[in-house]
Write a protein that binds this ligand. Structure first.
Ligand SMILES: *Cc1c(COP(=O)(O)O)cnc(C)c1O
Length: 385
């Protein structure tokens, strides 16, 4: 894997490799041990050190991380899980996977995230967990209501798929009191190719997740090599990370400082270029605290802007169409005004580390030209659009 194809503004997102990933994968291939082993364990230790926490458990994907987090939090049939509709469908599918039901909640239009009030309004006796989504890399701080949630036995499971490396106050996301789930999919801030991680709250939780990800089998592969049997101790799934994927993640992590700087610089470049445009509201992220994952704006007739920019070869996207309007989740549909408005107006501009300042100028000028030609039909930054 190399960056030789140099993706440009035609792509909305693209992994960025530092060159050592390919050698790291080759070493694992040559070792003949591709499965779950020493490289994954090292990746777990390095991520835990990076986040400043005792332990981290690597799994096959972000979706697997969310699924296992819900299981260890004891969420199951009959339970409700508070979740913003504005998220990738994986968050909702993980809730269905444990037999629980989603209780969709609205978001703040400015951040696309939930807040204390939106969460607490939805808490009921049926609530077993709340899953804040750290949209675009923004930390969601529920510290003010944590005591109340604890009292009511409501677990906090963060979907931090967008937020690897971001900070919540002085600490990195994952170093707080929540069960935190990361994705290391192809376009996330840090990639393993495919992968994910659960940050457990206790050593017991870590053990349980390690067993669950290995089909409920208690021992590690190394221990199993010296016995004639293995012990299946609990329900389990095939959710371990492979050493091939962990090798990619380790190489990526060694360069995460550069990733953080690059994503922040790109975001600031966009931000200052966009500030001269009328009719565009940017979805804000604090680049000093967050490692931006997306660069999103809101515009009034989004579908027309989307079609025009796509026709000009600009890789715009939409993160995400709201889940409460998806056919599979229709049973839990409710009215969510800010989510519905965001669903109509959000537009993700190309955002990845292959972009140059020239690419960004090109994207912003294409957007500006369309807005000018459409004349006055967009919302102004001051208006609440
Ligand atoms: C990517 C993503 C996931 C799922 O992660 P995978 O590694 O793709 O399974 C979950 N939630 C959000 C918000 C995501 O962006």
């Amino acid at each position: 894997m190399t960056n030789s194809s140099r993706p440009d503004a035609r792509r909305n997102a693209s992994p960025y490799l530092y060159g050592e990933e390919a050698e790291a994968v080759a070493r694992v291939l040559e070792s003949g041990q591709y499965g779950h082993g020493a490289v994954t364990e090292e990746f777990e230790r390095r991520v835990a050190d990076f986040l400043g926490i005792p332990d981290a458990v690597a799994v096959a994907s972000g979706t697997a991380a969310l699924h296992l987090a819900l299981i260890v939090a004891g969420v199951g049939p009959g339970d409700e899980v508070i979740v913003p509709s504005m998220t990738f469908c994986a968050t909702v599918q993980a809730i269905l996977a444990v037999g629980a039901t989603p209780r969709f909640v609205d978001i703040e239009l400015g951040t696309l995230c939930v807040n204390d009030q939106l969460v607490m309004e939805a808490v009921s006796d049926a609530t077993a967990a709340v899953m804040p989504v750290l949209f675009g890399g923004r930390a969601v701080d529920l510290a003010a209501v944590q005591g109340e949630l604890d009292e009511r036995g409501v677990a906090v499971i963060e979907d931090a798929a967008h937020a690897f490396g971001s900070r919540n106050g002085p600490r990195r996301v994952g170093a707080g009191r929540a069960l935190t789930c990361f994705s290391f999919g192809p376009i996330k801030n840090l990639t393993c190719g495919q992968g994910g991680m659960v940050i457990p709250r206790t050593p017991e939780e870590a053990d349980a997740i390690r067993r669950l990800r290995l089909l409920g089998v208690a021992q590690s592969q190394a221990e199993r090599a010296n016995t004639t049997t293995y012990r299946v101790e609990s329900f389990g799934l095939r959710y371990q990370l492979s050493d091939l994927n962990a090798a990619v993640g380790l190489a990526q992590l060694a360069h995460f400082g550069a990733t953080e700087r690059a994503r922040r610089d790109l975001w600031r470049t966009y931000r200052s270029a966009l500030s001269s445009l009328e009719g565009v509201t940017s979805v804000d992220v604090d680049p000093d605290r967050s490692v931006p994952h997306l660069c999103q704006v809101r515009v009034k007739n989004r579908d027309a802007v989307f079609a025009r920019l796509r026709s000009q070869g600009v890789g715009v996207g939409v993160h995400y169409p709201p889940n409460h309007s998806q056919p599979a989740f229709a049973a839990w549909k409710r009215t969510l005004p800010a989510t519905e408005q965001a669903g109509q107006e959000i537009l993700s501009l190309p955002f990845h580390q292959h972009l140059t300042e020239q690419h960004i100028e090109h994207v912003v000028s294409a957007l500006g030209q369309f807005l000018k030609s459409a004349g006055g039909t967009m919302c102004s930054p001051a208006a609440s659009c």
